[in-house]
Design a protein around this ligand. Structure first.
Ligand SMILES: CSC[C@@H](O)[C@@H](O)C(=O)COP(=O)(O)O
Length: 350
């Protein structure tokens, strides 16, 4: 079950759950203009690769809606500008670019008046959103066959938030966890806190509490200890962009987790829709890595926690090499990273 929808189309505007306010406040932000959607993506009011894609698709419609022309060519030219602003928001999650390309392709291929094209764009954004929920549910179902075979219930560790909040609903890594919970296979989730923005502690833990899934939050540097103590049966994480060879960009800290999982023989799975695979990139070192403001590191609330005079480096993502990944769980099936290429045919929007 899942009743958390981070992006909702209602009364001609988009409502976003403000993920920067959770878990202390549950508030909705209304978005009626594409510029505000771009800002919401950049400031992480909405975040998580598939959710960013859905938000950008609605952003494209909002931008299209405000274009004041009946001339198709002028309309398409202005829509390209909307696309460019939305593309500038976050560089790593490929779902953003995938959704924008799909919306643009739809506009170019639609016949009819500008007003009719606008309506088709709204329908396409809604379709992207509906497809994503189904995709996540399929990922959850496909994961049931790869869950470690044990008579006892499983403890699964996850990093960051790849849940309903990070998708259109249900989640990818948390979709796997939801499916295992529903099947009675799950004992408990271990959620990495996920410095510096704490998506694990704030968002994954919040989602688990909503669904009454037992959750233990640990700081990131406790994961190795937990694996050494054999507290963890499996690791499952989401992805922001997967290269053709299976190298996977995900929230900073994922790579370290994969290294220690390998060291302790704990299976390490990536759960992601095919819209997160970028077959244009041969290997993970070509994936652009977002660097965010250093205040995310040195400031907790309004308190500065580092001394003056230090330098900062704040990459938001890292790349886990394919050889550390046990399998990639997609909506079609679970594959070894080197088999990912066999699923290529479905990807017409990159
Ligand atoms: C299903 S979401 C997968 C990833 O997007 C998620 O693991 C992640 O890294 C999110 O990063 P964020 O910076 O919070 O957008």
């Amino acid at each position: 079950m899942n009743t958390i929808y981070p992006v909702v189309w209602s009364n001609n505007k988009v409502l976003l759950i403000d993920q920067t306010a959770l878990p202390s406040r549950y508030t909705l932000v209304e978005i009626s203009r594409y510029e505000d959607m771009a800002k919401a993506i950049k400031t992480m009011i909405v975040r998580g690769a598939p959710a960013i894609g859905v938000a950008a698709a609605y952003g494209m419609y909002l931008g299209a809606r405000d274009i004041q022309t009946k001339e198709r060519e002028i309309f398409l030219k202005q829509l390209e500008k909307v696309a460019e602003i939305l593309r500038q928001t976050r560089p790593t999650a490929v779902n953003l670019f995938w959704a924008i390309s799909r919306m643009l392709k739809t506009a170019y291929e639609s016949i009819g008046t500008v007003e009719e094209i606008k309506q088709i764009l709204l329908q396409t954004a809604q379709q992207i959103q509906e497809e994503d929920v189904k995709t996540c549910q399929a990922i959850g179902q496909n994961s049931l066959s790869i869950l470690p075979k044990k008579t006892e219930k499983l403890t699964i560790l996850t990093h960051c938030n790849a849940g309903a909040l990070a998708t259109a609903g249900y989640g990818t890594a948390l979709g796997v966890i939801r499916a295992a919970w529903t099947e009675g296979r799950l004992k408990r989730v271990f959620a990495d806190e996920t410095r510096p923005r704490l998506q694990g502690a704030k968002l994954t833990a919040w989602e688990c509490v909503q669904e009454k899934i037992p959750v233990t939050v640990i700081s990131d540097n406790m994961a190795a200890h937990c694996m050494q103590k054999r507290l963890i049966d499996m690791v499952v994480v989401g992805a922001d962009r997967i290269a053709a060879n299976g190298d996977t960009a995900n929230k900073i800290g994922t790579y370290g987790l994969a290294v220690i999982a390998k060291m302790h023989n704990v299976p390490f799975y990536v759960a992601a829709p095919l819209s997160t695979v970028d077959f244009n990139l041969e290997t993970g070192d070509l994936i652009p890595i977002e660097e965010r403001d250093p205040s995310e590191l040195y400031q907790i609330g309004t308190t500065i926690i580092y001394p003056d005079g230090v330098d900062y480096y704040n990459p938001a993502f890292d790349v886990t090499p394919a050889h550390l990944i046990t399998g990639i769980i997609t909506e079609q099936k679970t594959v070894k990273p080197e088999e990912l290429i066999t699923l290529k045919s479905d990807l017409s929007y990159h």
